[in-house]
Write a protein that binds this ligand. Structure first.
Ligand code: PHE
Length: 451
């Protein structure tokens, strides 16, 4: 039998683990270019509103469901209202989403792991400072077969090792070490970037509000980014919620996580854009920013560039690691609860399936690019599924369940720790969960489908 302790050991441990899940590629890579693309400060204002008003409420909702039920998502929904059939489907949707996100996430994390090595070994530095060889190198790397697959597997093994360590000794301890390390790395990069000549242009790009670029699409992107960045709408926070110690204040815990996640996203922008502008480059969107523009920026810093480049990719890898851990944990805990298999067996099953699917997605960018689903490569198809369809739908089901289906006394009880805490924000929380969040999520979901 496993001696697994199914709880975090302290509030700090719970916060660190959840911040580990929340802070990932979404913060360090996706946030900066999305923010730049949709009007800098204008996007930031909308994003911060969404993250605090809707994202944090969703996180609290998932924590409440998980901690109240003391089950993984599928059973959590059915156990909280056994008389209402069918809600377990929302839990299942979350778990399916976690699986697809894990597989796709592994592809990007594999690239990041590869680039730590390419940078340390000097291969990236050897490409010089003209754009074409650097982007050709990335294209060759990412569309190749064995290299991305190898790094992907390497990264997955790291994730598996942590999961095998258990909730406290694995996830919690690793997060307690890696999160401060991540903050340290990002601060080093910020200092370097902000002290470069002409750095201010990058700060301006990130913060000065250009409302003409903030389209309807930008507003939807802000809400999508808020959900993804806080790891909500995929069941992960329901599982982590079930590990939160009973005496912890859920409102405060979720707020801490939201604040940390948002600050790190902003710091990532400050680490990236000032350097990009100072070196006279155009900030590109998508993978290009991190894998083509930044290596060029580092190469133009002379010999110190290798150090900063390695720090950057290491930072990205650490961020991705603790996020992937939370995804594998959600899957492992769920299969364990439903089938009774040992933790190690469950972890291995999803490690294997996730890695396999990840490798297939990776190959779909190269040798399997002829295989199309709805006219898209497998990678683009799953990307669409993971950003537009699954998380908003799962998030919508979650808040409707919490606001309208779950007994109110249970929600209040969990929010106030059985009446031991004040409920100053409870009314606002409930109002957002019942009305504001469902409407906003419905709009995002429907417009995602129509777009
Ligand atoms: N929040 C993570 C990020 O910002 C992504 C993630 C989503 C992780 C869902 C776990 C679950 O990159």
């Amino acid at each position: 039998m496993s001696t697994q302790q199914k709880s975090f050991s302290s509030n700090l441990g719970a916060i660190m683990a959840a911040v580990g899940s929340a802070v990932g590629l979404g913060n360090i890579w996706r946030f900066p270019y999305t923010c730049g693309k949709y009007g800098g400060g204008a996007f930031l204002i909308v994003y911060v509103c969404f993250v605090f008003l809707i994202g944090s409420v969703l996180m609290m909702s998932e924590f409440i469901i998980g901690r109240r039920a003391q089950h993984t998502p599928v059973k959590a929904f059915s156990s909280l209202r056994p008389d209402k059939k069918g809600w377990w489907l929302i839990g299942l949707l979350g778990i399916v989403t976690s699986f697809f996100i894990l597989a796709q996430y592994l592809v990007l994390s594999g690239w990041t792991t590869g680039y730590v090595w390419e940078s340390l070994s000097g291969s990236l530095a050897a490409l010089g400072t003209s754009a074409a060889p650097i982007s050709d190198y990335f294209t060759q790397f990412s569309t190749g077969s064995w290299k991305p697959a190898l790094y992907l597997v390497l990264f997955s093994v790291l994730v598996l090792i942590v999961i095998l360590g258990g909730v406290q000794k694995g996830i919690e301890n690793v997060s307690k070490i890696l999160m401060p390390f991540l903050v340290f790395l990002i601060l080093v990069l910020c200092v370097r970037s902000l002290t470069l000549p002409g750095a201010f242009k990058g700060v301006e790009y990130l913060f000065s509000p250009d409302f003409s670029k903030l389209t309807g699409e930008g507003i939807l992107a802000a809400l999508g980014q808020a959900l993804f960045s806080l790891s909500v709408g995929m069941g992960v926070m329901i599982v982590y919620g079930s590990y939160i110690p009973l005496g912890d204040n859920i409102f405060k815990t979720a707020m801490w996580i939201t604040v940390c996640d948002t600050l790190i996203a902003i710091l990532a922008g400050l680490a990236i854009f000032p350097a990009v502008f100072s070196c006279g480059f155009d900030p590109a969107g998508g993978p290009g920013l991190v894998f083509c523009v930044l290596p060029n920026v580092f190469n133009s810093m002379g010999s110190a560039g290798v150090v900063f480049s390695t720090i950057f990719f290491l930072l990205l890898m650490v961020a991705a690691l603790t996020s992937a851990i939370s995804l594998l944990e959600a899957l492992t805990a769920t299969i364990g609860e439903h089938t009774g298999v040992r933790r190690a067996v469950g972890a291995f099953i999803f490690f294997f399936l996730g890695t396999l699917l990840g490798v297939i997605f990776s190959l779909s960018l190269g040798s399997l690019s002829h295989i199309k689903l709805a006219g898209l490569t497998l990678f683009d198809f799953v990307d669409k599924l993971n950003s537009i369809y699954l998380p908003p739908l799962c998030a919508l089901g979650t808040v409707i369940f919490l606001g309208w289906v779950m007994p109110e006394s249970d929600v209040r009880d969990e929010f106030s720790n059985h009446g031991n805490l004040g409920v100053r924000f409870y009314g606002m929380f409930r109002f957002i969960a019942r009305y504001v969040a469902p409407i906003a999520l419905l709009v995002v979901f429907v417009s995602g489908i129509l777009s």
